[in-house]
Design a protein around this ligand. Sequence first.
Ligand SMILES: Cc1ncc(COP(=O)(O)O)c(C=O)c1O
Length: 443
Amino acid sequence: MRAWITAAPPGAQLPSNRALMLEHGASPVTVQKAVRQLAALGLVESRPGVGTFSRTIRQARPTDLSWQTAALGAPRARLSGLSSGYPGKDLLPERLVRAALARASRTEAALMRSPAAGLPELQAWFASQVAASAPVGVTPPSARDVLIVAGSQSGLSSIFRALVGPGQPLLIESPTYWGAILAAEQAGVTLVPVATGAHGPDPDDVDRAFAVTGARAFYAQPTFANPTGTRWSADTGAAVLDIVRARGAFLVEDDWAHDLAIDADPQPLVGHDDDGHVIYLRSLTKSVSPALRVAAVLARGPARERILADRAAETMYVSGVLQAAALDVVTQPGWSTHLRGMRQHLRDRRDLLLDSVRTHAPQTHVEHVPVGGLNLWLRLPDGMDVDHLVHECETRGLLVAPGSEWFPAEPSGPFLRLNFSSENPSRFREAGELLGKALLTLA
Ligand SMILES: Cc1ncc(COP(=O)(O)O)c(C=O)c1O
């Protein structure tokens, strides 16, 4: 019907509902629903008793927004490709999520405002998850230390604004998650890249960067880092914790892939901290549902109060229905079954894509097989024009992301990021072949 409207002259009358039912083999309810949707989109207007007509589009003059250039000046940060990496729908606990949403809609949460810090039961659940990884002798966090946020992305923005601030330095792994780079840039923070590798950053580099810049915070992903899928060694984790303690600084630990483990179990560093040095982020958006958009920030002391004040200024509170539904999902007996299944699927998909890339694009190199997460980080031959390669892949129907988006400064080499959690693993062989062909055209 949209195609019909686009082709028809403005003001043309739509065929009668009866004619549309016959033409599309649809019920009267479906036809009425479609017409209502078209009206809501402003594409048609119904005149009761007369009929439905395509809307006359008034030919407005071209809009002139050029004045905004002078008013706004140069932007702090530019949006580039922003390659999002959420798992395919078939990896999500669909049945649990749908049932949880239905139940949540019948609770008080559907009509009430949530407390600013979040639903107490959900705060308690996140705290208990961290407590489970705390060794004897370390005081576990309380539910009060947890702030519920609408996705860890907005948590990152709050942390950078509240604990670092404009013009202040922030140590950040390189490569790292592009969204953290963007959030920090938007907050006006000055980025201080620290190279990271298979076992994490060199602690001496971290200490030197703190000393040289006077930074008070380090953003890092010790577990299943995006994009490399690597995990810090226990020694690196312990050494970095000692450094942040000695420097009176914060470690912002982004545990984004806690539920996306493949070959190793996550052991967040926050479990070893009871002095408020670690600000911890854990998200459910990739394992429960991106649509529920629920995550947590764990912070203690004045840092918690600062972040909470920022949250209040930004959004006041997170939808209680979404929080109730998220809590329902993670407390169902089916949740751990789901996580086990997800681990197996991720392992299968990772191995399938890895195998395909190694077979069909042998000029590329996976330096570290990811032990968790959703991505393969592929080193390309030196001198490769990565943007050109991405374009060549795209014209063949293969979507890949240029590695440059994950570097806070100049990339240390040519890289691609491939997501292995998409819904179509049966096409991974073809994906490797397409990449191989695209590489050949650039050789
Ligand atoms: C490392 C990392 N942190 C945070 C996020 C943001 O996740 P969300 O806002 O969906 O919780 C992502 C998303 O890809 C990520 O990769």
